[in-house]
Design a protein around this ligand. Structure first.
Ligand code: OSB
Ligand code: MG
Length: 369
């Protein structure tokens, strides 16, 4: 395969309701559809999932687009290769900027799997001698809101069949709000995500354990590995790292140092499918529970995550809700929830159809030099 052209199409998706976390309020999801073309004229698609702001992802959409167009693309343009991992190795010259690397890597994997005439999930499984599931159990992430609204959201999620319910929390005192919801009665796996908003405190471990959670995601900010190690020592509940997992090395280190016991993998945080597969291999060596997070992706990004989460190494229901949960309309075909699962697309590559009006807009975009 040889890459001959790159196109970018910025897209804004309107959320049905604002998604609130300790970092920010997202009302409109800005993302960029990334398309790469091979010599035969076939296109592969990826999604650039940095946010518009630098609160959750350090890189904004604008920064990530700049890195992609002006620094990553020149490294792979006109390069010939057998496998996506060879191209990924060329990107190592650029430090960090995982969302941009992930977007390009995703498009290259889509193109590769299309060339091989197989679903992305199968191509991923083959490359690490694993197997994949046709259906993936999924959970839902419920943003910060008033207790009564949160309770109705939880009930709606249960009714819809989601197999895990994740609640956002903001700060230590917010655990009391969760306690009041009496979620132990739900008989559904419940987790919370503090997005780094908590402070070390003598009562914290007991307060968390009282909630009987599946795990607690990111109690402290990404720099506070030692605070997390101390807390994990006092806790029965497992700590899960999501935001600090920007490399395979950091994941292994965090587990080995017992800063956490569970790893949430996000493509835009770790830098794409290629390092994600390296993390799958690290999981086999170090045995930490691994699951697939989400960050309000559009259709291409969500389906790429779904292909990854279909690998049998992934446990816990993935943070990949159905298309119509967040958005009125996506730019692709939809993913529907059935029995608490999403079906992995069976077509070649990522296997989602981009809606005709977006394909038309993409065709009108100039090729990146
Ligand atoms: O921390 O897991 C997070 C969404 C955007 C940014 C960060 C996070 C999230 C979610 C939602 O929790 C996961 C999803 O359903 O996409
Ligand atoms: Mg998180």
């Amino acid at each position: 395969m040889k890459l001959v052209a790159l196109k970018l199409l910025p897209i804004t998706l309107q959320l049905k309701r604002p998604f609130v976390s300790a970092h920010e309020v997202v009302q409109k999801r800005s993302l960029t559809l990334v398309a790469v073309q091979n010599e035969q004229g076939l296109w592969g698609y990826g999604e650039l999932d940095a946010f518009a702001t630098p609160f959750y992802t350090a890189d904004t959409q604008a920064i990530a687009q700049d890195i992609l167009e002006n620094y990553l693309w020149p490294l792979v343009k006109e390069q010939s290769f057998q496998h996506p991992s060879e191209l990924y190795a060329l990107l190592a010259a650029v430090r960090d900027h995982q969302p941009a690397k992930s977007a390009l890597d995703m498009a290259i994997w889509d193109l590769y799997a299309k060339e091989q005439q197989q679903p992305l999930a199968q191509a991923l499984a083959q490359s690490v001698a694993s197997s994949w599931r046709k259906e993936v159990a999924v959970g839902i992430s419920i943003g910060l809101q008033e207790p009564s609204a949160m309770l109705s959201a939880v009930q709606a999620a249960q009714k819809a069949g989601y197999q895990r319910i994740k609640l956002k929390v903001n700060g230590n005192q917010d655990l009391r709000r969760i306690q009041q919801l009496q979620l132990q009665k739900l008989q559904t796996l419940v987790t919370v995500d503090a997005n780094g908003s908590m402070q070390a405190d003598t009562n914290l471990a007991a307060q968390i354990d009282a909630l009987a959670l599946g795990f607690i995601e990111d109690p402290f900010s990404v720099q506070e590995g030692i605070a997390s190690q101390n807390l994990q020592q006092q806790l029965q509940t497992k700590i899960c790292f999501d935001e600090p997992i920007d490399s395979v090395n950091h994941a292994v280190m965090a587990v080995q140092l017992q800063q956490c016991r569970v790893i949430s993998l996000k493509l835009a945080t770790i830098g794409g499918l290629t390092p994600a597969l390296q993390l799958v291999q690290a999981h086999r060596q170090y045995h930490f529970p691994l699951w697939c997070g989400g960050m309000l992706e559009g259709g291409i990004g969500r389906a790429a995550n779904l292909a990854l989460a279909s690998l049998t190494e992934f446990s816990y229901p993935a943070d990949l809700s159905a298309t119509d949960h967040y958005y009125y309309a996506d730019y692709t075909s939809a993913l529907h929830l059935k029995n608490g699962q999403l079906q992995v697309p069976q077509g070649d590559g990522i296997g989602m159809q981009i809606n005709p009006e977006y394909l038309k807009l993409l065709a009108q975009q100039p090729k990146v030099d």
